[in-house]
Design a protein around this ligand. Sequence first.
Ligand code: GAR
Length: 194
Amino acid sequence: MKKVKLAVFASGTGSNFVTIAKEVAAGNLDCEISLLVCDKQDAKVLEKAKTFGVSTFVFNPKDYTGKAEFEQEILVKLQEFEIDWLILAGYMRLIGQTLLAAYPSRIVNIHPSLLPAFPGKDAIGQALAYGVKITGVTVHFVDEGMDTGQIIDQEQIRINDGEDRESLQRRIQEIEHRLFPEVIRNLCVKQYVR
Ligand code: GAR
């Protein structure tokens, strides 16, 4: 049977990309990462994709008239690679109608807070600034909103007294690296029927 094909979308460091790629390489996730889509020429995730031999599509949004135009180009790539699911792992851009229409209920995102609290950029900084005692990680389906869309799974974490950003980020990422592959396994791989 044909393997489920994922495209990971990322803009930054790529620790979630690496975790998923390692799980695939270890045979713990019966799918393949066929493509990395990245909107930043100098993103660290690009070197990581090279290490794992994953093809990349890198684009600069400024080279296009708008979202519809670059998403159309992304879509051509996704179709070329016969991608089944889009996995947003630190892709810091809203998904537009072109991709939403092409992949209904097939786009998932991870976010470092207990949504609907602290959507958007710097969710960890927002949680610390607000002074909440509990925050966490959310994996959800993507819709046209900013970190909205139906929640698939969440895990909470207690913020320690006086905890700094670095420590909280490290602990949140530990959760992400466990939760995201688990969701991908249950949602994209196990329940996948072609
Ligand atoms: C992750 O913590 C992810 O939850 C967050 O970006 C980070 C990317 O880290 N995403 C968002 O904030 C989306 N709104 P990584 O590049 O090391 O995987």
